[in-house]
Design a protein around this ligand. Structure first.
Ligand code: HAM
Length: 429
């Protein structure tokens, strides 16, 4: 029997010359991850890591009981032992991050944290191009500030990530969905507008409208989308404080030269948002064109038992960023590739390779008993700048031969220490 990856999941193998899906290669992932880490550090964010599964209840309380993610997409399972609690693979990382902030009493040590994360998330959606059941989210949570400048900073940061990744075709749309003070009025306005049209909505909308009328706005059924486009929008019902907040966010984005559009139709599919919400999308992706989603959540920390502080964050799908990237990335070649002229010289060559590695150089040798010709071919293919050759003559003199693969005919016998110095010099130049 042949085994396959579970539906909606993908392996990421090492870089290869000819591949159908260019994003599935660990060299590309590593190069993106390094750039992303650099951006986070430059903006003053610190890394947080949390478990990939949490109590199911955590997602009910935060992402929202009636959200698609919680209602339809969670992978849940019973824990072991007497309690047999229900756990779920995390469909998003915000709830676990806030749980960790509170559990580790971070806000008692410092009132404001700028945190970043990168790791797998799981949603049982119907797989399609750019939509997976296991995918990778990178994101930030700025916890403990109501300052509109930090809303803008998260968006400027993600634009910077896209720039360093080489994604040029992107669009940022922002909206304000109001706060506790104005959301009640909007809820009533929405309910009044929806009620006479309710029979025209899908079963799901009709069922959810009682518990959470806002969910109607993120239904993807085409008829519902058409009906919703005529409904009042949240931004027209925001209070003066929310309008002031939005103006400050827009001012900061303009000041930073980050292009954006106000889109009253942006509603997020999760319950915790207040005020600012935003989405980055890319025209170089297909139907699943959302690169990143985020927004402010000023009541979640309090609702989860913490202090009454504002927060804002975003998460982006790493696979989608990779799909939208214009440039590929090749694996970094080793500094040298070692060749044994005779089989009995493989053991001393192995020793030499390891001594050179201990000096910080990267190198490899053949482990399949190949012919000399084939070892040289391997050295060529590895992209190494130098071949390190051990023949009977060099072995008798306690030396190795180094051969510059980029310059025909340049080779000499040297001691291993000299070889290390030459290789280091060559690699640096
Ligand atoms: P979200 O919009 O649900 O927000 O997801 C963020 C991003 O994750 C999406 O824009 C998309 O790029 C990626 N994504 C989501 N589902 C899939 C999937 N099935 N396959 C591939 N990529 C996917 C959140 O998760 C919030 N926690 C964001 C946030 C953080 N808000 C505040 N802080």
């Amino acid at each position: 029997m042949k085994f396959r990856t579970p539906e909606g999941t993908r392996d990421i193998p090492p870089a290869q010359a000819e591949v159908a899906e260019r994003w599935r290669n660990t060299a590309l992932w590593q190069s993106l991850e390094a750039k992303v880490r650099d951006c986070f550090a430059r903006f003053g964010y610190e890394e947080i890591r949390t478990p990939i599964f949490e109590l199911t209840e955590l997602f009910h309380k935060s992402s929202g009981e009636t959200s698609d993610i919680v209602e339809k997409e969670m992978f849940s399972f019973k824990g072991r032992g007497e309690k047999a609690e229900s756990f779920s693979l995390r469909p998003e990382l915000t709830p676990g991050t806030i749980r960790a902030v509170l559990e580790d009493s971070l806000l008692e040590k410092k009132s404001f944290w700028k945190l970043w994360y990168m790791g797998p998330a799981f949603r049982g959606e119907a797989p399609q191009a750019g939509r997976f059941r296991q995918f990778t989210q990178l994101g930030v949570e700025a916890v403990g500030s109501a300052d509109p400048l930090i809303d803008a900073e998260t968006m400027i940061l993600f634009a910077e990530i896209l720039k360093s990744a080489g994604v040029a075709a992107w669009e940022l749309r922002i909206n304000s969905i109001g706060c506790g003070a104005c959301r009640g009025g909007y809820r009533e306005a929405l309910r009044a507008a929806v009620t006479p049209e309710l029979p025209k909505y899908c079963d799901n909308c009709r069922r959810r409208v009682e518990r959470n009328v806002f969910r109607i706005l993120d239904c993807k059924v085409p008829d519902c989308v058409a009906l919703s486009s005529r409904l009042p929008s949240a931004i027209d019902h925001t209070c003066a404080a929310c309008r002031g907040h939005m103006e400050a966010v827009e001012g900061a984005l303009k000041g930073a030269g980050t292009p954006y559009k106000v889109d009253p139709r942006i509603v997020r599919g999760l319950d915790y948002y207040t005020r600012t919400v935003f989405e980055f999308s890319s025209s170089s992706l297909g139907a699943q064109n959302a690169l990143c989603g985020g927004g402010r959540y000023d009541t979640l920390v309090r609702d989860m038992g913490g202090p009454d502080v504002g927060s804002v964050g975003f998460a982006a799908g790493v696979e989608r960023i990779l799909l939208a990237m214009e440039q590929g990335a090749a694996a970094k070649p080793p500094d040298f590739f070692a060749v044994a002229i005779r089989p009995e010289l493989r053991a001393p060559l192995f020793e030499a390779v390891n001594r050179l590695r201990r000096t910080g150089l990267s190198g490899d040798m053949d482990f399949e008993g190949r012919s000399v010709k084939s070892q040289f071919r391997q050295a060529n293919r590895s992209g190494a700048r130098y071949a390190l050759v051990l023949g009977p003559e060099e072995a008798a003199q306690g030396k190795v031969k180094i051969k510059n693969m980029l310059k025909e005919g340049e080779e000499r016998a040297v001691s291993l220490d000299e070889a290390a110095a030459v290789l280091r010099e060559g690699v640096r130049s």
